[in-house]
Design a protein. Structure first.
Length: 405
């Protein structure tokens, strides 16, 4: 039929050795481990976990005929479950069923609208700056409060672009102690109270701290303004910077600095395990993340606060839209399997159509608190075709996962 050594030949006859080399042995892990004679390239499929072999995994004998390599659906070399958080991607955004936000807001209000740009003098109500915000004075109620987010009354003029920052700076040496990003191209052209919540480090305020919007670009036609009203809050001074600081005890910028636990959905995808989203106590509390485009999800990394979580289990679902159903379940995990402040890495043991949205939903009634959600993507459709990866799976019981050291 073909050249010797590459295909079946006329002289070939059926034998145990030929069948073991050309077909797949199916058996339990114990049976696989007990195989007496093995061959390079031999395939075995495990039906029951035992002796170091895992149920539903296909193994191939290595070229040295000394060990078995997993090549099953979920353990192909390019889908090995990673416990390195850098292998996981940050979702673009998140939406939750509720947000158990408990705020203690203080309004810091300014009388003027100030232009923020990169050092270009743009007259707007008489003042311009490259940084603008508030300086916290001794004795103010915000001293000692941990700032998880701020709100600024912003609008764009023209078409400013780029990622600008909101910084908290320590007065003593002008050191940046906490920073958050804001895409100014997304700002409205009318005055809007904008929440900036993605601070890298929650900051406990001390006297002299400055909270400022800092320009990264801008010109005479494209800039950002912070607006306010005529009321000044005692202990909060407006601070400007354009080469040097110019503080005024007569006015304060309109700003809301939160000093309590915040639970906005965006805090579950802000790349910080120091912040969290927390639901109200409700039936099936849920949050879903947007991957920006349809991707094959092969693993999910979760950082859950189980102290504040009262539900007993969660489901993970993948969908091409935001209408999630139990038919889209891809994992089920008991909350008792989690510990606080520890990443958990869950392999998604299925092959489904690519999904854009991944939902974490609580089972039953209670509170769900998640510090961070990250997702690992799989391989291309071409690779799936070439490796004959085609299997469906119904998830209706708890799945195993791996945690970090």
């Amino acid at each position: 039929m073909g050249s010797a050594g590459t295909e079946w030949e006329v002289a070939d006859v059926i034998s145990a050795s030929r069948m073991n080399q050309k077909t797949t042995f199916v058996g339990t892990g114990a049976q696989i481990a007990a195989l007496g004679t093995t061959y390079v390239g031999m395939l075995v499929f495990c039906t029951s976990t035992a002796s170091g072999f895992t149920k539903d995994v296909l193994y191939e004998r290595n070229t040295a005929n000394t060990s078995w390599n997993p090549v099953g659906l979920d353990q192909l070399p390019y889908l090995t479950l990673s416990t390195t958080i850098g292998d996981y991607s940050q979702p673009a955004s998140a939406v939750a069923t509720s947000e158990a936000e408990s705020e203690s807001d203080t309004d810091y209000i300014d009388t003027s609208a100030l232009t923020i740009n990169s050092g270009i003098n743009v007259a707007n109500s008489g003042a311009d700056a490259t940084r603008c915000g508030n300086r916290i004075q001794s004795g103010h109620a915000s001293i000692g409060k941990t700032i998880n987010y701020v709100k600024m009354n912003l609008k764009k003029v023209g078409s400013p672009t780029g990622i600008w920052t909101v910084e908290i700076r320590r007065l003593s040496d002008d050191a940046i102690v906490s920073t958050a990003n804001i895409d100014v191209s997304t700002l409205a052209t009318s005055n809007t109270l904008v929440t900036i919540s993605n601070f890298d480090v929650p900051r406990t305020l001390v006297a002299g701290d400055r909270i400022m919007l800092v320009a990264n670009g801008g010109n005479a036609s494209n800039y950002v303004t912070i607006n306010g009203s005529t009321t000044h809050t005692s202990g909060i001074d407006r601070t400007l910077h354009n080469g040097s600081y110019n503080d005024s005890s007569a006015v304060s910028m309109l700003m809301v600095a939160n000093g309590d636990t915040i639970a906005l959905a965006t805090l579950a995808v802000d790349d910080s395990t120091s912040t969290q989203w927390k639901s109200n106590s409700e039936a099936s509390p849920a949050i879903y993340v947007d991957l920006s485009s349809a991707r094959e999800v092969v693993a999910v990394a979760l950082h859950i606060d189980i102290t504040n979580t009262t539900i007993t289990a969660i489901k993970i679902r993948g969908s091409t839209d935001t209408s999630f159903t139990d038919a889209e379940n891809i994992a089920y995990i008991n909350i008792s399997d989690f510990t606080d402040d520890t990443w958990r890495f869950l392999a998604i043991n299925f092959l489904a159509a690519n999904v854009r949205y991944v939902q974490v939903i609580g089972v039953g009634t209670g509170v769900l608190a998640i510090n961070e959600i990250k997702v690992r993507y799989g391989v291309s459709d071409l690779i799936k075709i070439l490796t004959h990866r085609h299997r469906t799976r119904i998830v209706d019981s708890a799945d195993a996962f791996v945690d970090s050291d």
